[in-house]
Design a protein around this ligand. Structure first.
Ligand code: ATP
Ligand code: MG
Length: 290
């Protein structure tokens, strides 16, 4: 899905330059669920902007399939974004004056979808996130969790290959967080999406097949490497499966996403397989931060 090579991003505000990304090499196979963690200011959102074609790197290449986003024209980036990538933010970013249905429909306007079809697809997308009975509500008339569901429907109505989420549960309470993660994970599995979630929440990150850590613009792959049974980690490190919420079961207990077939490593076996193509990032012990 993605191949990043030597990606740097330098922001220059007046005299002071900020090196937000400092040489990122990363491969994300189709259909993988990836969690990105790291300290504030580390470069997580900047990385997501590169993946989402919202911005170009200062140097290096960002291949989405075989197209280099670093070299694409503005109009090409707009088109790629409209068709291939859904993005969900911490602050929902809904338009306050539009209803839930209108917010979702708006994502289809740049794709030239006719009005009747926009309505039909937006209605179905809202139903798929459990909001069939809230289509006429404006954002202020919805709870935080419901607003994030609308934002997820808006991201997915265009049937993207990739869903990027930047702290999607950061503004939600714990229970709502679990609902939204379960929803995202169900959509990832059913629709064969490639899902990249930036999160400060280690419980959410533990659910991903792949874990990345980014600090000071540098990336490490922190996916726990499965060991031979004799060297397996003591079970005390994790609560028993029945004490964990459904979405936090290890990947090998989950059903593989429908779309993740021969082109990508099977999700169940992906922790080891996924580390292999990214020789440039060194696997390390999982890092948990608060
Ligand atoms: N548009 C911009 N102009 C100038 N500097 C920026 C810009 N966007 C980000 N930065 C800087 O780049 C660095 C990385 O920022 P980024 O937003 O990627 O961090 P983050 O890991 O997402 O942090 P957080 O967890 O707080 O969201 C920070 O030092 C930030 O101040
Ligand atoms: Mg951020």
């Amino acid at each position: 899905m993605y191949t990043l090579t030597g990606v740097t991003k330098t922001y220059s505000n007046g005299k002071k330059a900020v090196n937000a990304l400092q040489g990122i090499d990363l491969t994300i196979p189709d259909g993988q669920m990836v969690a990105v963690q790291g300290p504030t200011g580390g470069g997580k959102s900047t990385l997501l902007q590169m993946l989402g074609a919202l911005d170009r790197p200062s140097s290096g290449s960002v291949l989405l399939g075989d197209e280099d986003l670093a070299k694409a024209s503005d109009s090409r980036l707009t088109k790629l974004r409209a068709g291939n990538v859904g993005i969900v933010f911490q602050s929902f970013n809904l338009i306050a004056t539009l209803t839930a249905l209108e917010n979702v429909e708006a994502a289809l306007v740049p794709l030239g979808v006719p009005k009747a079809q926009r309505r039909e697809r937006a209605t179905a997308a809202l139903a798929s996130v459990g909001l069939a009975d809230r289509t006429g509500h404006r954002p202020a008339e919805l709870s935080g969790g419901q607003q994030q569901r609308v934002a997820i429907a808006r991201a997915l109505v265009k049937d993207p290959k990739v869903l990027l989420a930047d702290e999607p549960t950061g503004n939600l309470d714990e229970e709502t967080r679990d609902e939204i993660i379960a929803l995202l994970e169900g959509l990832w599995r059913d629709q064969g999406l490639t899902l990249v979630i930036v999160t400060h929440d280690s419980q959410v990150a533990a659910r991903a097949q792949r874990r990345l850590h980014i600090a000071k613009g540098k990336l490490r792959d922190t996916t726990p490497v499965p060991k031979a049974p004799a060297q397996a980690r003591p079970p005390a490190e994790e609560p028993p499966a029945e004490e964990r919420p459904a979405w936090s079961k290890p990947a090998d207990e989950a059903t593989p996403p429908a779309g993740a077939t021969a082109a990508s490593p099977a999700p169940a076996a992906s922790s080891a397989a996924a580390v292999a193509p990214t020789a440039a990032v060194s696997p390390a012990a999982p890092t948990d931060e608060a």
